[in-house]
Design a protein around this ligand. Structure first.
Ligand code: SAM
Length: 216
């Protein structure tokens, strides 16, 4: 498919999937229009990249549905120069959106092949993102504290290192719940002892796998 056709698909995605569901932030919509999402998925799936659902990216993992990426971004309220930690790099698309918005992005992926592919795509598009292979439930101590943290895989609770590595006044977005029902949680760190949580609705994500994941 030609670049122009992909641009048309992006414009249609914005008009049909994002704006009607409440994504109104102009900068976020601009990021979705300008970032070639198809380059973040395997070649044979590129023509489906702008459809209204998640897509498989190999190793049992997915790139999230465009609307979910937009919603999580909007809820995170990212500002220029903020330090953002993402857990679950996957394809690298969410990182690209945050980098486009001017954030300093640090992202961790446990599957080396995905991390390496994401890094290559991000570099080829000239996005400056720090990608690390490892267990994101441990956070990234050396680069902490973070203004914002976004977790793109689900668990029963927020891994404690991530709460510690979030600034006071910072925000964390993460899907919380079991395998079949999760809520997208907005967690605001009010003090070192108080985190205020509220739900932004139901969602479904692949599981977060790591040391600080509660197993009940
Ligand atoms: N944000 C991604 C994107 O834009 O394509 C989508 C991520 S996908 C829904 C979730 C990712 O989280 C998977 O790639 C999975 O391997 C990764 N993951 C799961 N547990 C992890 C952990 N403890 N640390 C780092 N990555 C993890």
């Amino acid at each position: 498919m030609k670049e122009n056709n992909y641009l048309l698909l992006r414009k249609r995605m914005i008009e049909e999937q994002l704006i009607p569901r409440g994504i109104r932030n102009k900068r976020i919509l601009e990021a979705f229009e300008n970032i070639p999402r198809h380059l973040f998925v395997p070649e044979e799936k590129q023509s489906y990249a702008y459809e209204d659902h998640p897509l498989s990216i190999g190793w049992g993992q997915t790139i999230s549905q465009p609307f979910i990426v937009a919603l999580m971004t909007q809820l995170l309220e990212p500002k220029k120069d903020e330090k953002v930690l993402e857990i679950g790099t996957g394809s690298g698309y969410q990182s690209a959106i945050l980098a486009y918005l001017g954030c300093k992005v640090f992202t961790i992926e446990r599957i080396p092949q995905l991390a390496e592919r994401a890094q290559q795509v991000l570099e080829s598009l000239e996005f400056k993102v720090e990608v690390k292979i490892g267990d994101g439930t441990l956070g990234w101590e050396k680069e902490s504290p973070f203004d914002k943290i976004i977790v793109t895989a689900a668990a029963k609770d927020i891994p404690s290192p991530l709460v510690h590595q979030l600034k006071i006044g910072g925000r964390l977005i993460m899907p919380i719940g079991g395998a079949f029902h999760q809520e997208l949680i907005i967690a605001d760190k009010v003090t070192n002892k108080e985190v205020k949580k509220k739900s932004a609705g139901s969602c479904i994500f692949v599981p977060l796998i790591g040391k600080y994941v509660e197993r009940k």
